[in-house]
Design a protein around this ligand. Structure first.
Ligand code: HEC
Length: 137
């Protein structure tokens, strides 16, 4: 029995939806790979250092940033937007980091982080795993 073209199209759409859902499930289970994250972090290095005690780049030192309250480095002058978010209790957890780094200006309008963001979820998770692998000092 041959399927009608209409049935074939809806079967195709259902399969595409299933594939998309499977992609999300993989991302939800994905742990983040610190070695891949170190490579991906190259695009952050223009503005951020992770060397202990080092300052003077356009962005704050990110060593130990996971678990750190936002805008908490005395050595760095943050934007009002970041300082306000910190006053409201923003802390850099893997979740808030992922949201911010995905699209900084969208997450925190007025941020001084002049960077388009990292749209790929796995790449953000890799970067966060890398940052988590660094000790605070
Ligand atoms: C063009 C320069 C630039 C690039 C590239 C950049 N940042 Fe930033 N970043 C900044 C600046 C400037 C700030 C301070 C933002 C503010 O005060 O609003 C910042 C702030 C941050 C903060 C908040 C730190 C704190 O102490 O509160 C995090 C986290 C962060 N960036 C992560 C990243 C990651 C991860 C990447 C790479 C995917 C990246 N940034 C790429 C300039 C940059």
């Amino acid at each position: 029995m041959a399927d009608s073209p209409k049935r074939n199209i809806s079967a195709g759409l259902a399969m595409m939806a299933a594939v998309a859902a499977a992609g999300d499930a993989i991302a939800a289970d994905y742990r983040g790979d610190p070695e891949r994250g170190e490579k991906a972090f190259a695009k952050c290095l223009a503005c951020h250092t992770i060397e202990p005690g080092k300052n003077g780049l356009p962005g704050p030192n990110l060593r130990g940033v996971v678990g750190r309250p936002a805008a908490s480095l005395e050595s760095f002058t943050y934007s009002d937007a970041m300082a306000d978010a910190a006053a409201e209790g923003l802390v850099w957890t893997p979740e808030t980091l992922s949201d911010f780094v995905r699209e900084p200006e969208d997450y925190l309008p007025g941020t001084a982080m002049n960077f388009l963001g990292v749209p790929r979820t796995r790449e953000r998770m890799d970067i966060i795993a890398f940052l988590e692998s660094l000790t605070a000092d």
